[in-house]
Design a protein around this ligand. Structure first.
Ligand SMILES: C[S@@+](CC[C@H](N)C(=O)[O-])C[C@H]1O[C@@H](n2cnc3c(N)ncnc32)[C@H](O)[C@@H]1O
Length: 328
């Protein structure tokens, strides 16, 4: 059994070589879950875990990610049997992390419900979604989103409700006229609206696979807690954290709210922009006339790789993922 699964292990009983051998074969996997920006790749996480375990002489007994985003660190920890805590400011990041760490009891059944909802006739009139969503997704899609939100609200099981909401969030951009690949809200005049129900089904199918992939590796009973709020104030018991693994906000690139503006409009979620770390660093809030700063040109160049889970981000100068966290 991997020493990481046993909590505290002394340096005497496990040499650095043992840790290296163990970590080298660490079998955690990261699914896609959502088009959320600036995510950890499994290589980076593996390297970070390795470095920490090697410097401590044993694997950490607990991990904190104060900028948890989609909860990749927490998922890896749960797959390795390490208790973990995460803080995430945004509603979307928190939703993704909670769904991935605590998926519905049967993702397969969740998918069946998504299919059933997507095939039902729409009833009622549009009342819930923010009208400024309409230019992005079109009237018919906006009405469908409104209908699905009302149906999802009726679901009693909170894990299932969150799962459906996440699939719905994923389907917004593909059905909209958002400039494909842009991290800023920009309309592409050449794009046409496409039926969001189709995207909802496709996203739900993908979400089901991701949940199956990760949760089959979770160590049962291993706690992972995601708190929604700013990590500027950590409300944690003393001495409960042994290691911190994180990827801080990319201040000059992303506004973590605006990059998913459609979800915030559709779900009427609040934005705590003032608490967003790095927000002061010249983030262009709107896409109008937006030109990529020099630092981002390279990012666009590697955009194709960003589409794959492993090549998601943290690319080095050669475009390959790097484990050297000082370069991220
Ligand atoms: C680079 S991302 C982390 C991504 C994460 N490592 C993953 O794999 O998904 C940085 C995160 O920090 C969050 N953030 C920004 N300011 C914050 C704050 N004051 N407290 C907590 N989280 C914050 C952003 O919303 C964003 O999700």
């Amino acid at each position: 059994m991997c020493p990481l699964n046993r909590g505290k292990v002394s340096m005497k009983s496990h040499s650095k070589r043992t840790i290296a051998a163990c970590l080298g074969s660490l079998d955690f996997r990261l699914g896609w879950f959502h088009r959320y920006p600036a995510r950890f790749s499994s290589e980076v996480l593996r390297q970070a875990l390795f470095d920490i375990a090697a410097s401590m002489g044993r694997p950490p007994a607990s991990i904190l990610d104060p900028f948890a985003g989609t909860g990749a660190t927490l998922s890896a920890a749960k797959q390795l049997g390490i208790p973990s805590y995460g803080y995430e400011l945004t509603h979307l990041g928190t939703l993704i992390a909670r769904v991935r760490l605590n998926p519905p009891a049967s993702p397969e059944a969740a998918l069946r419900i998504a299919l059933m909802l997507a095939n039902r006739r729409r009833t009622g009139s549009l009342k819930r979604v923010d009208p400024s969503l309409i230019p992005w997704v079109g009237e018919s899609n906006a009405a469908d989103i409104d209908y699905l939100l009302r149906e999802i609200d009726l679901v009693c099981d909170s894990r299932l409700r969150s799962w459906l909401l996440l699939a719905l969030s994923s389907s917004l951009r593909p059905s909209s006229v958002w400039l494909s690949g842009s991290i800023k809200p920009q309309i592409d005049p050449r794009r046409r609206y496409t039926p969001m129900r189709d995207h909802f089904v496709r996203c739900a199918m993908r979400l089901e696979k991701d949940c199956e992939l990760e949760s089959s590796l979770f160590v049962q009973g291993c706690p992972s807690i995601v708190k929604q709020g700013s990590s500027q104030i950590l409300n944690l018991p003393s001495n409960c954290i042994e290691a911190v693994i994180t990827s801080p906000p990319y201040g000059s690139m992303y506004d973590y709210y605006d990059v998913h503006r459609l979800s915030y409009l559709a779900f009427s979620w609040p934005r705590f922009s003032d608490l967003q770390i790095g927000r002061a660093s010249n983030i262009d809030r709107d896409g109008d006339g937006f030109t990529a700063p020099r630092t981002m040109k390279r990012w666009y160049q590697y955009y194709g790789k960003e589409q794959s889970v492993e090549g998601r981000l943290l690319a080095g100068d050669d475009g390959k993922c790097t484990g050297d966290l000082s370069r991220t």
